[in-house]
Design a protein around this ligand. Sequence first.
Ligand SMILES: [Zn+2]
Length: 251
Amino acid sequence: MNDLGLPALDTHAHIAPDVTPGQIAALGNAVVFAMTRSLHEANQVKNRPDSSLVWGLGVHPGVAKAREMWDSTQFKDLLHSFALVGEIGLDRRGGAMAEQRSIFKEILTIVRSEPVLVSVHSTGASTEVVRILHETGVQGAILHWFNGDRTDVQGAIEAGAYFSVNAAMSREQIQQFPRERVLCETDFPARKVRSRKPADLDAVEQLLGQTWDVGPQEVRAATWWNLRTLSEQSGAIERLPESVVDTLLFL
Ligand SMILES: [Zn+2]
């Protein structure tokens, strides 16, 4: 906990759908965006009343089984129960690119007019993901662990995208992102990031502090402000858990 008392804000992590209240309490003063990988998983969490987790409605592009179970009608039914869609996107290592593309585009077309946040995966497919954001007119997506080159970053900024960054990313990459578009993530349990648990943001907040030449409290405050802007712009503030909205409104 820092001087401002703002919770750690982890905007991309993976948490088991059957996580217990005790396990959530062990995360400490934190808000975690908890991705699901399939409609099946999303269905398991849709009625959970967790106040410090923002559950995502996801179809992970790299998971063949999740793609197999893709069903736009079921997705639309579930969508009303979520303030966040994720994770979705493209994954060059995942195979079946045509299928991935078609699901990703269909999801973005459904969600572009909905009051939700969207967490997007783009491994090996940065250029194409940015192009699809432009094509589908989706504003304010959160590009997670985005390793696109300068041109891709520029295109993403023009698409209104935000960037959730982690401690495994290079300072050179992070420097390319405008400070008012940056959020923090662990992508827990990603081994490269080395977070001990979701919301363990020490390393990434330090990295951002060095990059911006500010203290960790300022980093945390900045990311909360960025989430507030994005939540207001997207309308997701209507659907976020009450405790998260309280934090956003009392900044
Ligand atoms: Zn992820």
